[in-house]
Design a protein around this ligand. Structure first.
Ligand SMILES: [Zn+2]
Ligand SMILES: [Zn+2]
Length: 346
């Protein structure tokens, strides 16, 4: 089969021909119908500092996908060839305290598809049955392939209790864009969307938040404080990982409000815990992955009910072997795309 492989510890990736993986145990072999490019894949492709520390080539990367089951291992109980699935990318160990207490998403021995194991930028991918979430047959492959990052947004928004509240979402990556859509669906009253890339700000505007703020040229905290009569936002969801955004978010979260961390800073960030957090009496959440599998049920309901429309965010589709073109549009200093879908089969 054709696959995108990082073969050496250097930038880029090769299109290679490799054997289709063999199923065994609880493994499920899927024909990849659509794979979506994540920020993590951009890190791996560009071979930045994070990737150099985390990734051990050779590796077929890519983790967000939807596929059709083609073969199952002898221990697979609930899936059959022909089933359509999307991948939960957190592979749990089933034996640690977290796994045994309903918190598989923060498993102590967690492996990540396409990071620790071969992933989905290939014609076929293999993953354990527990990580295969069955899709409604009517769900289009492109939409099904982005349920994993959409789930991040759903988890962040549902933990933040947004109904009827004023909320500020910092970050214009896919999860930040999805969080705008999801917060509206969960009845946020007023939404401030803060971004810092021209292309993504244009997408944010199409998602109809109440106020879009360009963090490059505008002062987010002044605008949000001004528009809320000095009270600030009831909820801040931080999805950029930028220290500037974290401090601005802590400044604008109202006293007694909720601050939800999701964006990953590239290095440690210094906070004034007394002034920025304790004296304001705020509640804080840390969001990683998706609840396995409560979040997936919420995602399926949002999609099936038609309460959310992801089309403005999914901007490009390429054949898998055109991955270099996709990565060109996702260059961190000049982003020219929303979510990009790769298709391994014509
Ligand atoms: Zn991802
Ligand atoms: Zn575990």
């Amino acid at each position: 089969m054709k696959a995108v492989k990082k073969q050496t510890p250097s930038a880029g990736a090769d299109i290679v021909d490799v054997p289709i993986p063999k199923v065994g145990g609880d493994a499920v072999l899927c024909k990849v119908l659509a794979a979506s490019v994540c920020g993590t894949d951009v890190h791996i492709y560009n071979w930045d500092n994070w990737a150099q520390k985390r990734i051990k080539p050779p590796l077929i990367f890519g983790h967000e996908f939807c596929g059709e089951v083609v073969e199952t291992g002898p221990k697979v109980k609930h899936l059959r060839p022909g089933d359509r699935i999307s991948a939960e990318t957190h592979i749990p160990c089933h034996t640690c305290k977290q796994c045994k207490s309903g918190q598989m998403h923060i498993c102590k021995n967690l492996k990540i598809l396409g990071v620790d194991t071969d992933g989905c930028f290939a014609e076929y991918a293999i993953l354990p049955e527990i990580c295969c979430v069955k899709n409604a047959p009517s769900l289009p492959a492109e939409i099904a392939s982005v349920q994993e990052p959409l789930g991040n947004a759903v988890y962040a928004v549902t933990e933040s209790d947004v109904a009827g509240k004023t909320i500020a979402i910092f970050g214009d990556g896919p999860t930040g864009m999805f969080a705008n859509i999801v917060a509206r669906a969960y009845k946020a009253e007023k939404i401030f969307a803060v971004g810092a890339q021209s292309y993504r700000l244009d997408i944010l505007k199409r998602l109809n938040p109440d106020i879009v703020i360009d963090a490059r040229t505008e002062n987010a905290s002044e605008i949000i404080m001004g528009a809320t009569g000095g009270d600030g936002a009831d909820v801040v969801i931080e999805m950029s990982g930028s220290p500037k955004a974290i401090h601005a978010g802590l400044k604008v979260v109202s006293r007694g409000g909720i601050f939800t961390f999701f964006g990953i800073p590239s290095k440690p960030v210094e906070l004034d815990i007394a002034e920025e957090i304790i004296f304001k009496g705020i509640k804080m959440n840390a969001i990683v992955g998706r609840k396995m599998f409560e979040t997936w049920t919420q995602v399926a309901f949002l999609l099936e009910s038609g309460r959310i429309d992801l089309k403005p965010v999914i901007t490009h589709t390429f054949a898998l072997e055109k991955i270099a073109s996709a990565m060109e549009l996702l260059k961190p200093d000049n982003i020219q795309a929303g979510k990009i879908i790769l298709k391994p089969h014509p």
